[in-house]
Design a protein around this ligand. Structure first.
Ligand SMILES: *[C@@H]1O[C@H](CO)[C@@H](O)[C@H](O)[C@H]1NC(C)=O
Ligand SMILES: *[C@@H]1O[C@H](CO)[C@@H](O)[C@H](O)[C@H]1NC(C)=O
Ligand SMILES: *[C@@H]1O[C@H](CO)[C@@H](O)[C@H](O)[C@H]1NC(C)=O
Ligand SMILES: *[C@@H]1O[C@H](CO)[C@@H](O)[C@H](O)[C@H]1NC(C)=O
Ligand SMILES: *[C@@H]1O[C@H](CO)[C@@H](O)[C@H](O)[C@H]1NC(C)=O
Ligand SMILES: *[C@@H]1O[C@H](CO)[C@@H](O)[C@H](O)[C@H]1NC(C)=O
Ligand SMILES: *[C@@H]1O[C@H](CO)[C@@H](O)[C@H](O)[C@H]1NC(C)=O
Length: 926
């Protein structure tokens, strides 16, 4: 963590006398225990490090440790070497305090704080001067779950009545500005940590260095660009900088910009124009010739050139302060404008757009939803996040939705995204609730939004700002009346359609805003109105009109592959189904006697309780119902594991729930992607959810220790640029095969359609479908049908339980922004079976896996029959990922699979502990 902090602050060159709070000695004192503390940290982490508690994420410790979140915790430290003479002013600056704390310095009260997401700063000059010794700084943290209950009791009765929570930990979280998932979510435990969770410092100023820059806004946009509107790409760039400072600036200061490329070559050195300063902000801007810089693109759509910008506040010949930020030049717009005549002519349904445009180009957003990577943010480190983003990049994803309500990502995570070309759809931390809107809350939201918008605006990976999660749909479902808006709707509009949008539009011209995921869009955009986007809500023009993004969950597994059950929209923001983590994760999280599907600890750790469960049911009963949704899915679609050895049985069950999850999401992702060539013109699918923060049954595609679930491998495959996929109507028997591409120019080639039985032999009956190879061409970001048939009518007498179609696309095309316009080959294979694999006439595939000596490679062969869902597992002791997994093989086919090692504690011995299976193994008892 130390190194990261220095990376973070290397950005601010300090002439001031600054003491980093993380370099000080801290003590943490609780009701019955005192241990060494640290900054940034949280009480749970320091107690765990000192051995005062066990691992909070192990077993049922989340419940056993409730006393920690119900206690006050005081962090204190003596600050040496402060200058106490006249002429010095002293400031405390905290980049984040979690959450309710009373701050004292030298025994004197400084402030109460109550918002995790704000930067807090206090002028403590007088306290320091009057202190007779090195002052002690202390922060006494109250219990957030207790305090918020008290607040809610005196809170808005209207809001209170719609709060569903009952227990102390779940109640009322919308009444505080603290990470909402700290109080439990359907994938998270309730630990509600407390502490100085971000870096902090003491800053001393004097006449030579009279100002300290605490935050900086850099906005890079095309001249005349306005938010939410595609800009003119032929315009030059505007570089606008606005620095928030503490202290004071003399008259006549200037701002000097230097821009260096990644090799350190100076591109530009100029004074900013129109410099003006208020008592806490100094602003200026300059026009930059677009020929001086290269465009930044997301991954697979171009390169990611970055530039180091330095902005100096200069007075005469001396520099007062310098701010360094790494920036990129790109435009990104969330286009919500009406469908145009040209779009109608191209076959797009009327309504409004819902897609992203980077540098003037529409592109298909492929990705997932990012939840907090750990219950405890202070221990999230660069290695962990680089590994996670590497997976995202390797997994063919170009966008993550940074879901509310976790926490705003620190700059260093945006920097990883800037480097790797991953767009971050960023949300304010409001989710699934009505939020109070009295004056004191409004001022909290404003301070928080202003700080965050200004802090992250320079990152080219910032894709959009969104007010919050699932707010509009809750509004429309429960509180909406066109004739009488009602208080809750007016409050919602005030927070999300006036206040937050106001902060975005006032600080940035480069970033789009929408109030909620999902969002029906706006009827009008008027930048001079206090409510710039006039919301459409249910004001739709007719049944053929399409407006919004979609958010869809269906836990009736029998409908999983029923394409007509999927929503049709312009963009799929959320969808999914939960699965079990692997046995490897469970082994690390619970004792050995808990390794069974309905063990007490598995039941305890599952937090997905089905919608509409009996009102009088206990959490335990609801959890069992949630687990049964997964077992029901397995029983419907796959051979049912029934192994004699109980751990082997548990392993197979966990894996099969992952196979179902992967199977279901693949079908949904292929459906949404095909929609790019249909009237809905779908231009994005972000599945729920990328990763886990602890081991429990969730929607995650990557487990808490970084292990990829079956889903992550299959999403990687179906996110390939050019795919071929079968679309089947299970009730009519209609089957179509489509090719879909998200390259920007046409792809041409062939699709090989091979029909076979489970032994891999061609179908032989007189009425069987015939294998063939068909040519295809598909336009940029489009899809095309390459085959159509009916499984019930066209092949009378065909045994559907012994029928497989292999679809193999072999196309040629040019990658977006490839300067050499070099044609590349794009291949993709998928398999279709008309019936549930439970009824299929599976054959023993005779699977063989051999380690290629001296490498991290494995040759995988099916020797006897078709192998469905071939799966390799690596043991504990090594971390990494396979180049492919969860795939199908036809007899005689060998695949070479590479394992990328991220960490190895086995000295290479892991290669002999790799295991493998396919769905055939579910039929075996050993
Ligand atoms: C502190 O109190 C809690 C709650 O009563 C208890 O569980 C824990 O063991 C105590 N710790 C120490 C170090 O006494
Ligand atoms: C928590 O987990 C640890 C394992 O790290 C265990 O030893 C301990 O007893 C558990 N309970 C508590 C209350 O810490
Ligand atoms: C607990 O912390 C809260 C918030 O800082 C404070 O108001 C309260 O006085 C503290 N209680 C005790 C007993 O220290
Ligand atoms: C997709 O391709 C079809 C067939 O060439 C074409 O008619 C349609 O306009 C294309 N769609 C878009 C949005 O360009
Ligand atoms: C980073 O965090 C991971 C856990 O996510 C941990 O295993 C690793 O040791 C940490 N690395 C460093 C350098 O602290
Ligand atoms: C829960 O309510 C149902 C009726 O809705 C009733 O049949 C059942 O006995 C109740 N169960 C308990 C544990 O109270
Ligand atoms: C395997 O696990 C399932 C699900 O937990 C259970 O119903 C079945 O009885 C187990 N089989 C054996 C042989 O233990």
């Amino acid at each position: 963590m130390q190194r990261l902090i220095s990376v973070l602050f290397a950005g601010v060159a300090l002439c001031q006398h600054t003491i980093d709070l993380s370099s000080q000695q801290w003590t943490l004192k609780g009701p019955n225990v005192t241990v060494p503390g640290s900054v940034p940290s949280q009480a749970h982490l320091d107690l765990y490090a000192a051995g005062a508690i066990g691992d909070p994420l192990y077993g049922e410790n989340d419940t056993a440790l409730l006393w920690v979140q119900r206690s006050n915790w005081t962090y204190s430290s003596t600050i040496p070497n402060l200058r106490r003479e006249n002429g010095h002013s002293t400031w405390l600056v905290f980049d984040g305090i979690d959450t309710f704390a009373s701050i004292e310095l030298c025994g004197q009260f400084v402030a109460n704080v109550d918002n995790q997401f704000r930067q807090w700063y206090f002028d403590v000059t007088d306290v320091v001067k009057s202190c007779k010794h090195d002052p002690e700084l202390s922060l006494n943290f109250g219990s957030a779950s207790k305090i918020v209950k008290e607040i809610a009791r005196h809170g808005d009765p209207l809001v209170n009545s719609v709060d569903g929570g009952d227990t102390e930990e779940f109640c009322c979280k919308e009444f505080m500005r603290k990470e909402q998932s700290d109080f439990g979510w359907d994938w998270a435990p309730k630990l509600a940590p407390a502490g100085i969770w971000q870096p902090g410092r003491v800053v001393q100023l004097n006449t030579e260095s009279p100002a300290y820059v605490r935050n900086a806004l850099i906005d890079i946009y095309r001249k005349d660009q306005m938010n939410n509107i595609p800009p003119d790409q032929s315009q030059p760039w505007v570089f606008n900088a606005s620095l928030d400072y503490l202290g004071s600036l003399p008259r006549g200061v200037s701002l000097e910009l230097t821009l260096n490329d990644a090799n350190g070559h100076e591109i530009l050195k100029k004074n900013l124009d129109d410099v003006h300063h208020s008592e806490d902000t100094i602003t200026g801007s300059v026009i930059i010739d677009p020929r001086l810089v290269e465009l930044w693109w997301p991954i697979n759509l171009g390169s990611q050139p970055l530039y180091d910008a330095s902005i100096k506040i200069v007075h005469g010949r001396s520099m007062i302060a310098e701010v360094e930020r790494r920036v990129g030049f790109r435009t990104i717009v969330m286009n919500l404008l009406p469908i145009t005549k040209e779009q109608l002519a191209a076959g797009i349904a009327p309504g409004s757009n819902f897609h992203f445009e980077v540098n003037g180009h529409e592109f298909y957003a492929k990705g997932s939803n990012l939840v907090p990577p750990d219950v405890f943010w202070p221990r999230v480190n660069e290695t962990k996040m680089r590994n996670l983003f590497e997976a995202v990049a390797v997994g063919n994803q170009n966008m993550l939705r940074v879901w509310s309500s976790g926490a705003y990502l620190p700059d260093w995570i945006y920097e990883i995204a800037d480097e790797m070309g991953i767009f971050l759809w960023s949300e304010f931390e409001f989710s699934d609730a009505e939020y109070p809107a009295n004056a004191s809350y409004l001022s909290q939201y404003k301070a928080e939004a202003s700080y965050q918008v200004r802090r992250v605006n320079h990152h080219p990976s910032l894709a959009v700002w969104v007010g919050g999660n699932e707010l509009e749909q809750i509004m429309l479902a429960y509180f909406f009346s066109a004739t009488d808006p009602g208080t809750l709707l007016l409050e919602y509009q005030h927070i999300f359609m006036e206040l937050l949008i106001g902060e975005v539009y006032a600080n940035s011209r480069s970033i789009s805003y929408m109030p909620s995921s999902t969002y029906h869009g706006f009827l009008k955009l008027n930048f001079s109105s206090v409510m710039p986007q006039v919301p459409r809500y249910l004001n739709t023009s007719g049944p053929n009109y399409i407006y919004a993004d979609t958010d869809d969950y269906n836990y009736d597994a029998s409908q999983a592959f029923e394409l007509s059950s999927y929503p049709i929209g312009r963009f799929a923001t959320e969808f999914g189904f939960h699965s079990m983590p692997s046995v490897y994760s469970w082994e690390q999280a619970v004792p050995a006697d808990q390794l069974s599907f309905f063990s007490d600890m598995v039941i305890h750790r599952n937090r997905h309780y089905p919608f509409g469960g009996p009102a009088n049911a206990t959490n335990r009963e609801l959890s069992i119902l949630g687990l049964e949704e997964m077992t029901t899915a397995v029983q419907e679609w796959y051979p049912i594991p029934n192994m004699k050895d109980s751990v082997a049985n548990f392993t197979a069950w966990c894996w099969t729930t992952q196979v179902f999850q992967a199977d279901y999401y693949t079908s949904e992702l292929a459906f949404y992607r095909r929609g790019s060539g249909m009237p809905q013109r779908n231009l994005g699918s972000l599945y729920w959810q990328l990763e886990d923060l602890w081991t429990s049954p969730t929607w995650a595609s990557i487990e808490a220790d970084g292990r990829w679930k079956v889903l992550f491998y299959r999403a990687k495959d179906i996110f390939e640029p050019v795919i071929g996929y079968p679309y089947y109507n299970t009730s009519t028997g209609d089957l179509e095969v489509w090719a879909t591409s998200d390259l920007w120019s046409p792809v041409h080639g062939t699709v090989k359609l091979s029909w076979m039985d489970w032994t891999g032999k061609p179908l032989s009956g007189s009425n069987s479908p015939v294998s063939k190879t068909v040519p295809f061409t598909v336009g940029g970001v489009n899809s095309t049908r390459v085959m159509q048939t009916n499984m019930f009518q066209d092949y009378k007498g065909l045994d559907l339980n012994n029928t497989i179609l292999r679809v193999e696309v072999n196309g040629k095309g040019v990658a977006p922004n490839d300067r050499h316009e070099k044609e590349q080959t794009y291949k993709h294979t998928s398999f279709f079976h008309p019936q549930s694999l439970q009824n299929a006439k599976l054959q023993d595939p005779g699977l063989k896996v051999s380690h290629v000596h001296g490498t991290n490679e494995f040759d995988v062969t099916a020797t006897k029959g078709v192998a469905a869902w071939v799966w390799l597992d690596y043991p504990l002791g090594v971390q990494g990922y396979f180049s492919d997994n969860g795939f199908w093989l036809t007899p005689g086919e060998t695949r070479n699979i590479h394992f990328t090692v991220k960490q190895d504690w086995t000295d290479g011995k892991w290669v002999s502990a790799v295991t493998y299976r396919s769905i055939w193994n579910n039929t075996l008892t050993e």
